[in-house]
Design a binder for this molecule. Structure first.
Ligand SMILES: Nc1ncnc2c1ncn2[C@@H]1O[C@H](COP(=O)(O)OP(=O)(O)OP(=O)(O)O)[C@@H](O)[C@H]1O
Length: 249
């Protein structure tokens, strides 16, 4: 079933001489997909993710999430829609320093008036997996960037959203913690949640089921993992990235 459908999406920013940052993006993400988005710096990956997230509007095109045309929603409705359908692991969507980490993680559930016992039981399951038990009573300003990233992941995962959107989720993590985060993503994906992840890391992308390569605001190519082992997929992704940088040289 199509969870997210982008049709002929175009984007330019008014302060960049109307250069098309996204040229003509059409893609479908089905329920249960795990999609990595790769491409060089400035290719348009974060812009695309922000548009999928309803945090930014395209200048042309349609975005349907769960069958709802999100470009037509008012800002208030978009906020409710995001809360009900999406989980964000974005650096720009940082934790609030007025709350400790536990309350930051609970916040999206508090907004949906979830019972406290339910919040506790979900956090008790997530916290050890993300290695954040010791951090829950601290405040975001008291922990490192990588630790904040893990707390942010808990905040995104605790609502069990239909679609998890992640921008460089392993960027600030050491390799062991990065592997942990990716294995959690694999588990939640196996349990039916859909993930879209922007990454510069071929290794991170090799955990996904499909990788989209963006160049100059267009999807240049897509690579399905299919029956490949993770090692074979990693090598295919690395080769594709090399090809991508060659084109137009
Ligand atoms: N708010 C903005 N206003 C003006 N131009 C922007 C804005 N955000 C991004 N851009 C421009 O749009 C283009 C695509 O940026 P985007 O951040 O989407 O790329 P990216 O592929 O995510 O890059 P990176 O890997 O470096 O994060 C770049 O040329 C960038 O300078």
């Amino acid at each position: 079933m199509a969870l997210l459908e982008l049709t002929h999406v175009q984007k330019s920013y008014s302060d960049s001489q109307n250069k098309r940052v996204l040229q003509d993006i059409s893609l479908t993400i089905n329920q249960g997909d795990y999609v990595a988005i790769m491409g060089e710096s400035g290719a348009g990956k974060t812009t695309l993710l922000n548009i999928m997230a309803t945090l930014d509007n395209p200048i042309e095109g349609s975005i349907k999430l769960n069958g709802v045309e999100t470009t037509d929603l008012s800002d208030g409705k978009k906020a409710v829609f995001r809360r009900e359908n999406l989980g964000f692991i974005f650096q720009s969507f940082d934790l609030l320093d007025i709350f400790n980490n536990r309350d930051n993680i609970y916040l999206p559930l508090v907004l949906t008036k979830a019972p406290k016992a339910e919040m506790d039981s979900r956090l008790n399951e997530l916290a050890p997996r993300l290695g954040i038990q010791e951090l829950l009573d601290k405040y975001p300003s008291q922990i490192s960037g990588g630790q904040r990233q893990r707390v942010t992941a808990a905040r995104a995962l605790i609502t069990q959203p239909a679609l998890i959107l992640a921008d460089e989720p392993t960027g600030a993590l050491d390799s062991k913690t990065a592997q942990e985060m990716l294995s959690i993503f694999q588990d939640v994906n196996a349990a039916g949640q859909t993930i879209v992840m922007v990454t510069h890391s071929s290794l991170s992308a090799s955990y996904a089921k499909k990788t989209l390569f963006i160049k100059d605001g267009r999807i240049q190519t897509a690579l399905d993992r299919g029956e490949m082992t993770q090692e074979e997929y990693l090598s295919a992704i690395s080769n594709q990235l090399t090809e991508l940088t060659k084109v137009g040289e």
